[in-house]
Design a protein around this ligand. Structure first.
Ligand code: CA
Length: 229
């Protein structure tokens, strides 16, 4: 798989330094010197997995580029390069859909490490839309057998993945423990229904904002569970 990274930076010396280091780390790098150019490059390279976006640019700024990328369906990683370490900048960046930010002046070693880390989190999933099921902040990629929440990969077992898949394919529908057991473990499974509850308890810890008061996997008393997207 190609490890494609888009680098948007108007200052040529910084850009070429970043590009050089990313290439040395084995990334396939696409360059852009303006926000407009970055958006054009994304059109031509929809398989970009991580975008490194400088905020301060002539023309549209990095936040706007991030917003437009997300609006056009870009589901992979975004790292903002911000000149200021102000809290408001971080908030703006995260609000527009960035996953991470690096403050200038930065060490290129650190930036490459952040790109690597984000690539691993979004990696595997090539974000082909027809292979994905979405619900709120969740996206399930069938081909890669993985689920992301707010673009961050969830660390799931295959069973947990299987349960989540059944839920996402049956959003808003009450599923009995038997339904879940059969769909995930298969109808040859000999064992207790309790295994469903145990796995759902674990799954809630991994996916819910507040596992004690779950808002995605609802309990249907005396019956089973339901996914509320
Ligand atoms: Ca700049």
């Amino acid at each position: 798989m190609k490890r494609k990274v888009l680098v948007l930076e108007d200052e040529e010396n910084i850009r070429s330094f970043v590009v050089l280091n990313l290439k040395r780390s084995g990334f396939d790098v696409i360059e852009a010197a303006s926000g407009e150019e970055a958006l054009e490059q994304y059109e031509k390279n929809p398989d970009v997995m991580v975008a490194v976006l400088d905020v301060m640019l002539p023309g549209i700024d990095g936040y706007e580029v991030c917003r437009r990328l997300r609006a056009s369906g870009y589901g992979a990683g975004v790292i903002m390069l911000t000149a200021r370490a102000q809290e408001s900048d971080k908030v703006t960046g995260l609000m527009t859909g960035a996953d991470d930010y690096v403050t200038k002046p930065f060490s290129v070693v650190e930036l490459v490490a952040r790109v690597e880390a984000l690539f691993r989190r979004v990696g595997g999933a090539a974000f082909k839309e027809d292979d994905a099921i979405r619900s709120g902040p969740f996206k399930l990629n069938k081909r890669a057998r993985e689920v992301t929440k707010n673009n961050l990969r969830l660390d799931l077992t295959q069973i947990e993945y299987g349960i989540l898949k059944v839920f996402l394919e049956n959003q808003g529908k009450a599923l009995s423990r038997d339904d879940i057991l059969e769909a995930v473990w298969g109808h040859h499974y000999v064992g207790e229904l309790k295994i469903v509850d145990v796995n759902i308890r674990r799954l809630r810890i991994k996916i819910e904002d507040n596992p004690a008061n779950p808002s995605y996997i609802k309990t249907v008393r005396g019956y089973g569970y339901m996914w509320e997207g």
